[in-house]
Design a protein around this ligand. Structure first.
Ligand SMILES: [Zn+2]
Length: 156
């Protein structure tokens, strides 16, 4: 566990690595490194053993990470059960403040019915709202009091 997303920060970008060295460095199997090469990790041509530029390895791992992250777009929340971001059922969510600068949005997954939540900074609520209809608990000042014009986006 924990080896599926090797940390790009372990890579020294000014070094060259053999397949064996990459495997040791990141704690993955040599076959995993060979698979990455097939997937597009560049190697230095015409060298035996094969050499991988640290810079290329770093960029490759970064891109891999970014792909795995699957960030939520505005209006979406992440369903842990479906493992995918999506808009909540009926676009209905409830906001629960945790602290002054942090809160949680709660919704229901339209596909599996599991609860979904998304951590948000209340100041950024408008940016991530999308089509979601956010219910604020009583006693919390209506968002949008910060001087922003109300976002009534029907452009999506
Ligand atoms: Zn789901």
């Amino acid at each position: 566990m924990g080896k599926r997303h090797p940390n790009p920060r372990l890579v020294k970008i000014h070094r060259n690595y053999t397949v064996e060295e990459v495997a040791l460095l990141l704690g993955v199997h040599k076959n995993t490194v060979r698979k990455w090469i097939k997937q597009g990790l560049p190697t230095i041509d015409d060298r035996r053993p094969m050499l991988i530029l640290g810079r290329d390895l770093y960029a490759f791992l970064q891109a891999k990470r970014a792909k795995n992250k699957r960030p939520c777009k505005p209006g979406e929340m992440y369903c842990l059960r479906c493992r995918t971001p999506k808009p909540p059922a009926e676009n209905m969510v409830e906001y629960q403040p945790t602290t002054e600068t942090l809160g949680n949005l709660f919704g229901i997954c339209p596909d599996c019915g599991a609860g979904m939540n998304r951590r948000v900074n209340p100041a950024k609520l408008e940016q991530i709202r999308g089509q979601m209809d956010i219910t604020m608990p009583q006693g919390v000042r209506r968002i949008g009091d910060s001087g922003h014009p109300s976002v009534n986006s029907d452009s999506r």
